[in-house]
Every structure is written in C-alpha cells, then in structure tokens.
Design a protein around this ligand. Structure first.
Ligand code: C2O
Length: 541
C-alpha cells in the first residue's frame, strides 16, 4: 500500500468557449481538473490551497471515508469552507475500493468547473475481471455556463423559480461541433481497429441527467460506482450527476469517424433543458480526418424505458453480503414542493410553479444548511445548530396500510429545518426512497456520503412491501441511485462508519432547495469503530 500526494490549488483562469471569454474556477488551472490516480487500499493525501476569491471545499464522491469523516468535504456538513488564502489537507484511504469515482467542489455551484476523475487501479498483480483493455480513457460529461455559477445559484434561489438550462453540454470540457464557435472545440479519441477500450464515464454536470452512446458501437458495462458488475451490453447508458460507469468498447466497425454523443434525460415535465447534444469523436486510425460521423443513438429526452433497461442490467459481479435483517427501516419521500407566497412576499421572488417559491424536501423537511459544520457541532457537543428528530416516515402525506403508503401525496408544503437522523453503530439500515409528485415527479439521483449501499429493489408507483420483489442475491453496490420517476428504490447498508453523513439529491438545484438529510452514525465500542479527532488544520467558520 502506498501513499499518493496531490497538491490542489483552487485558482481562477480565463477561458474562451462559445465565443465568450470568462473567468472560471479550476484546480491548478485545469478544466476538467487533474486526475487522482491510486490503487486499491492506498492512502491519498491532497493539500488544497484556496487561491480563488470564492469559498472552496473538495468532496471525494464515492470514497467511503472509513473513519475519516473529517476529509469528506461537504461544506457546513463535515467542514467549514476553505477561505481565500487558506489550506486544508484531506487524507483518506481507498479501503477495498477500485474503479472510477470523481472528486468535486462541494460548496455553492462551483462543481460546474471544479471536478475531476479518481481512478483506482486494482492492487498490483490483481487483474481486471474482464479482457484487458488496449487503452483507457476518462470521459467526463459536464455542463458549461456562461454566467458565474456562484451568482447563478443566488439569482435562481432569489427568483423562487427553476434554473435556466446550461449553455452547453460538454465532453471533457468540450462542447463539440453542434454549438456555436465550437467546431474545433471537440474531444476526440483515436482508436486502433480491432482493439478494445475501457471508457471511464463520469457525469459531473450540475442539473441534468444524461445519456451517452457511440454511433454503431455497443457498450459493455463492467463497473458502476467503482464496483464490478456482471458484463451487460447495451446501446447506451444513462448517468445521473455523480454517477460513474465503466464500459468496454471494441473498435470493430469499418474504419471511420463515429460520434460519441451526450444528451439529456429529463423525466420531469415542463422543465427547460439544453436540447442540443454534445458530441466527441471516436476516430479510427486511418479515417479521413474530416469524414462525416454518424450520429450517436441517443434516446429521446423522456425515454424512461431506456433508463430502466440500463438499471436492470446492473448486477454485482461477485457474491455480496446484503443485510437480511433490518434494525432501522426508514421510509423517505423525496420531492419538490412549493412554498406559497403571501401579500408580503416580493413578487420577483415568486417565480416558481403557481406563483410560489420552489423548495424540495425529504419527509416534508426542507433541509437548511447550518452556519457551522455539523460534524464539528456533533463532535464538540455544540448545541443549537441541529436537532435529531428527522422523522422516519413523512410528516403529513399518506395513509399507511401494512407499513406502506396507500394514497397519493397530499401536502404541498414542507417545514424547514436542520434535522438529523441518528443511527446506532453497526445497525442494519433500509431506506425506502419514494419520489412524490406535488409539483412534478422526476428521476432523482440520490447520493449517500460515507457508504456504498445495496440497491435491493426499485419500481414505479408507490412502494408496496407485498409486491416489491427484493434482490438479496446480486444487487449493485452503489453510492448514487437514480430513484425512478414517480417510483421508489430500496437500499440497504450497515451503519459501520461513524460520523456525520450527508444524503442528498445530486441535481444541484434540488440540493439548493433542501432535498437532503444528514445521518449521524454513532461510535461503536472498539478502537476501529471510533471517529478520530479533527485534523489541526480543519477550517473553522
Ligand atoms: Cu457528489 Cu454530496 O456529493
């Protein structure tokens, strides 16, 4: 096991895209940012120095952070932001983890440009459980904004309405030829005929789930959220923000230039989105440089079936140990709602549905970010910043029959608060995540920090324990689950990592609207069951 050191400098940089020059925030002047390379079980140390005018934090998305909650990174949850001119060093072990993950800023909307890949190779001498690829490439799907994203978040929140679409989709930072002024701003992979490539796909975008496909080529999924899956061959994949999927592609078509396309999956109704697709090239050696490329077979933006097909294809490769018994069974609704405006509310703040203010909630609680770090408040016993009364079922919503909802949600309001849910160390937890439809139903990519979880079931409509057919044999082990539009997902994990762990929708606007909850996992008895002291350089608020 070795230690990998990285030096991250948060810096602004001038960039020209879409005929427009602006400042963006980067790590070390790179967009997308530097790749963190490591091997399973390695120690990773990243010193982050903030040379930008904005507050910064970095989150290591999908890293399970065993006993290292202080290095997790979500602002006001496990740390206060790193202020301009300050440094914080993140330290964690990639314990029993290999595959592709991502790191990203976890404060305001800085993630738009502050993100990059984490590539974790197997231990030396341990092969991949699939054909050894001739080459590997990282493919980051992103969203490019002409506006300053920190100001954009504030403006959208102040309006009460939804966000505008991004100005462009990007593949590794390049919009591709479908956009103005971008005919040369295209990402390209050169491939050798007959060879097999491993593509590490990452969705680092803010507000859009996306399909990815390559013209005339099949994709074989071999890994999702940095866990091996049974090989599954498909024409396209869908990734919600925060998700990673590794696919194998063989260059087995006639020599030519083929499009790799990225286009939106938008399951909600009446939501504006960028409908131009971003393309990159999958170009065979020997192809004419300007040959026409066939379009990638992207499904329509509302193709829920295509999404289900990909999800149905994800099964753990190796036998897994899913908790069979459950100690803590929580039913959590996720959804958007509207806070009504009254005569005192300024009209410019009421641009949400039906003239209200958009909000989002879990179990009718719209999460309010505290003004200090919750982990610090918990660890130092500082009272007054949060409560421990997050309800295990929705506050006001359904009638329950046999432990399951029996009717359509009726509430249109949510309460606001910083409520947490306490979990005993070692408890076996099941969460039923239920999409509700007070404003619109939508596929929500729900991400849990500090853990991977087994996705034991999902379906459309309301969860019903009588008919839910749970897979306890080979469910995928993930960190982000796209809860089906208007449907549910059941996830299980053992709460064996003490700390304060965020769970939220990875659509950034939904996070801003409060679609999140915090779990406090208590210490166990043993030395390896106890959260360590905070690092000396931990940023304070
Ligand atoms: Cu990738 Cu809390 O996020």
């Amino acid at each position: 096991r070795s230690t990998r050191f990285y030096d991250f400098k948060v810096q602004t940089m001038k960039i020209t895209k879409l005929c427009n020059t602006k400042d963006i925030v980067t790590i070390n002047g790179m967009y997308p940012g530097p790749v963190v390379y490591a091997q399973e079980d390695d120690r990773v140390i990243v010193r982050v120095t903030n040379e930008s005018p904005y507050n910064a934090t970095i989150h290591w998305h999908g890293v399970r952070q065993k006993l290292s909650c202080w290095s997790d990174g979500p602002s006001y949850i496990t740390q206060c932001p790193i202020q301009t001119g300050h440094t914080f060093t993140y330290e964690f072990t990639l314990l029993q983890q290999k595959g592709t993950l991502l790191w990203h800023a976890h404060v305001s909307w800085l993630r738009a440009t502050v993100h990059g890949a984490i590539v974790i190779y197997p231990k030396t001498g341990v092969p991949y459980p699939f054909v050894y690829p001739y080459e590997e490439h990282i493919i980051i799907l992103g969203e490019y904004w002409l506006r300053d994203v920190v100001q954009l978040e504030q403006a959208v929140l102040a309006s009460g309405g939804g966000p505008p679409p991004a100005d462009a989709f990007t593949i590794n930072g390049h919009p591709g030829p479908n956009y103005n002024c971008s005919s040369n701003d295209v990402y390209k992979i050169d491939v050798v005929p007959g060879k097999t490539y491993l593509l590490r796909l990452i969705n680092a975008g803010l507000n859009m789930e996306n399909f990815f496909a390559i013209a005339n080529h099949k994709l074989t999924i071999v890994e999702a959220d940095a866990e091996y899956t049974k090989p599954f061959t498909t024409d396209r994949v869908m990734l919600g923000p925060g998700q990673t999927i590794n696919v194998l592609v063989t260059a087995n078509q006639p020599i030519g230039r083929y499009s790799m396309g990225m286009g939106p999956y938008m399951s909600a109704q009446n939501v504006p989105f960028q409908s131009i697709t971003s393309i990159a090239y999958f170009q065979y050696l020997g192809a004419m440089p300007y040959s026409l490329s066939l379009p990638a077979p992207l499904p329509s933006f509302s193709d829920n079936l295509a999404v289900k097909t990909v999800m149905d294809g994800l099964k753990s490769l190796n036998p897994v140990s899913v908790p069979k018994e459950i100690d803590s069974n929580l039913f959590i609704t996720i959804g958007l709602n509207v806070q009504k405006c009254n005569s005192k509310t300024p009209q410019q703040n009421c641009q949400g549905s039906n003239g209200g203010i958009m909000a989002a909630s879990m179990n009718n609680i719209s999460f309010i970010r505290p003004s200090i770090s919750l982990l610090e408040a918990y660890y130092e016993h500082i009272n007054g910043y949060y409560s421990e009364d997050f309800p295990g079922v929705p506050l006001k919503f359904y009638d329950f029959v046999n432990g399951a909802p029996n009717s359509i949600p009726i509430d249109t309001q949510s309460l606001r608060g910083t409520r947490t849910k306490v979990l005993e160390f070692g408890s076996r937890v099941q969460l039923i995540l239920q999409d509700t439809g007070t404003v619109t139903t939508e596929n929500h990519p729900i991400h849990l920090h500090g853990y991977s979880f087994y996705v034991v079931g999902y379906g459309t409509g309301n969860y019903n324990p009588q008919t839910a057919n749970l897979n306890l044999v080979d469910p995928p082990y993930m960190n982000t689950i796209g809860v089906p539009v208007g449907g549910w997902a059941a996830i299980r994990f053992v709460a064996d990592n003490p700390g304060v762990w965020f769970m939220h929708c990875h659509l950034e606007i939904h996070l801003s609207w409060g679609l999140s909850v915090v779990f406090i996992v208590k210490n166990g008895q043993g030395e390896l069951e106890t959260l360590p002291h905070p690092p000396a350089d931990l940023p304070r608020c």
